[in-house]
Each structure stands twice: as C-alpha cells, then as structure tokens.
Design a protein around this ligand. Structure first.
Ligand code: ASP
Length: 335
C-alpha cells in the first residue's frame, strides 16, 4: 500500500490529488556503571530508582530522586521530575520552549499514571507550562482519563493553573527557518531535530511504581495532531504488579503498537525490561517492509528494580538514578 506523506495528504485533502527477520542489536554500550543491564546496584536492591529519556532526563532524575530519597511517593517524584523539563526553555520538545506546530502554536500533551491503576492525561493543550500537573489533576479530581484542547484549557483555568505564552523567541525563530526551508519534495519534517519527549518512570522506597510522559510532540506537526505521549498505554504505562515503561520517538508508530503497554505485557510474560523493549521494537520493525528510518525508543523498569532501554536508531540516551547516583547512558540500538 502506498504511504501518504504529510505533504501529499494535504494535497489530497485540498482536492489536488493523493498524493521479518529480526535485526541484530547494534553498538553503543555506554561508558557507564549501569551499562550491563540491569544496573548492578539497582537490581533487586529494593530501593528507589528513576529512569527517564534523553539527556534532559538527567536533571529531571535529580528532582525525582530528591523526593524519593526523602521517602516520598513515586507519583510525586515522576511529576516533579518531568516538570523540570517542562519548565526548561532549552528543551525544545517539552513544555515552555517547545517547538510549535505548523501554525506557530505550541500545543502540549502529557500523561501520568500511579501505582493504584489511576491515570490522567491532557492533549492538544495550549498556554499552560505544566501539562503534567493538569494531567494529575484530571486523574485526582475526575473519573475521566483524558481531556483535550479547549476543554483541557478550561479545566486548567478552573483549577487555578496560570495561562502564559509558551512560544519562546528561539522556538519562533526555529519555526521561521523551517517555513523558509519548506520544499515541495519532502514531508516538511526537519531531519536535523531530535525527539525530545520526556518519559520518566520511578519506583519508590515502598516499592510502588509510577510514570509520567510530557511533550510538545513532533515539531511543526499539523495543528491538532496528538501523538503517543498522552495516550495511556502508548507513551507510558504502569502496572504496579509488573513494571513501568515509557516511549519517545515517532508517536504514530508507538500508538499503533500500544508500545508502552506492550513492553509491560512482555515483562509480565517474564521478559527482562531490556528484552521487553527489544521485542516491542521488533514488532514495529516487522510492520514495515523497508528498514525504518524513524526513531522509536523505550525505557522500562520492572517491579524488581531491573532497568532496560533500547532504541531503533543510534543517539538515544537515557538517565538512571539509583543509590544516589544519576547516570546518563548511551542506549543500545536495534537497526
Ligand atoms: N513521541 C512524541 C510524539 O510523537 C515525540 C517525541 O518523542 O519527541 O509526539
């Protein structure tokens, strides 16, 4: 079947015409004490652990760790952790400073899940810096899981969250550059931008698990596009009996495979976190006739405190905090 690119899809909607074998693991074990999978000091230690995506996961882990080290709950830790990325204008895929959509509007998605099988999420929300805290409010004050768009903004306003402009000067300039470079021959997606979503999963001293995931989504996406991050089971999932997982990368691929849920289900079947991430990525690869050029990565944490992570392409990093040490690790990759 012919794949429809974003550009040809737009043409199509404008009435102008429509536009397995498993691959060996590659490379890249990091210069890190945790590189052996599981993190040696984490496995079975019973203590707190934090795992998060990308290099900005490192300061996020610090914030989460401070809560866990003080005996705090995993749910509080994951929220506090990802709020660091949401508030950092230097992280261009999350919260304040996130890159806008094709209309130059910053729209955000976030989800959170606790050990008690409760979850909350918001999607396609504008003008609020900390969607993760709004997602938590959805979880704790309603019997809904997901609120989107204007409804989510209204919900946030009523709960006392403050509106603000999230588009930074740097993000606006990036949008202008992208506009100027747009061509008739590609899908408009910049090839030189990393994925940046923060997914963060944690276990507290009591052994309870929680997860959070927050993003501005794909840079220059179609206005209204929602990816995997706010969809419980896709961008993030927690089962307190088994483990927790989170995803980053091309959200459409994670959505179609219910990626984080799949990783947790593989752990339930007895796979290690790393093997579970690998099997979920292989599922994605198998659905494509050609070797995928897009990135998808998973992080996973088992109830027992084993950590795993894997990406399709190189250059994915994740951060692990355990025993008071916080390390950034170059992930192995599949393709
Ligand atoms: N998964 C995110 C999305 O598709 C993007 C990312 O990971 O940066 O919205």
């Amino acid at each position: 079947m012919r794949r429809i690119s974003r550009r040809s899809f737009l043409k199509f909607t404008a009435g102008l015409g429509a536009a397995g074998s498993l691959l060996p693991l590659r490379g890249a074990l990091a210069r890190s004490p945790f590189a052996g999978f599981p993190a040696p000091s984490a496995a079975g230690s019973g203590g707190p652990i934090v795992v998060s995506t990308w290099k900005h996961g490192h300061p996020a882990n610090d914030a989460a760790w401070r809560i866990l080290a003080g005996g705090g709950a995993a749910l509080d830790a994951v929220e506090a952790g990802v709020r660091v990325s949401e508030g950092d204008p230097g992280v261009n895929g999350v919260g304040y400073g996130g890159l806008p959509d094709e209309d130059c509007t910053v729209t955000l998605d976030a989800s959170i899940m606790g050990p008690d099988y409760r979850a909350g999420a918001v999607a396609f929300i504008e003008s609020y810096r900390h969607p993760i805290s709004i997602a938590r409010k959805v979880m704790e004050t309603t019997d809904h899981v997901l609120i989107v768009g204007a409804g989510a903004e209204e919900f946030a306003r009523k709960h006392g969250f403050e509106r603000e402009e999230l588009l930074t000067e740097a993000a606006r300039e990036a949008w202008i550059k992208w506009k100027q470079r747009m061509s008739d021959t590609d899908d408009w997606f910049p090839k030189d931008l990393d994925h940046d979503t923060i997914g963060l999963v944690a276990r507290d001293a009591a052994g309870d698990l929680a997860g959070a995931c927050t993003t501005s989504g794909l840079a220059f996406k179609i206005h209204g596009r929602v990816g995997d991050s706010p969809i419980v089971g896709a961008g993030m999932y927690v089962d307190n009996e088994v483990g927790a997982a989170a995803a980053t990368g091309k959200g459409e691929e994670v959505l179609k495979t219910c990626g984080s849920f799949l990783v947790v289900e593989f752990m339930r079947q007895g796979l290690s976190p790393r093997a579970a991430c690998k099997k979920a990525l292989e599922r994605i690869v198998k659905k494509h006739a050609a070797k995928p050029a897009f990135q998808v990565a998973f992080i996973a944490l088992s109830k027992e405190g084993e950590v795993g992570a894997l990406s399709l392409q190189k250059d994915f990093q994740y951060a692990v905090a355990v025993d008071g040490k916080n390390e950034l690790i170059d992930a192995e990759y599949l393709l």
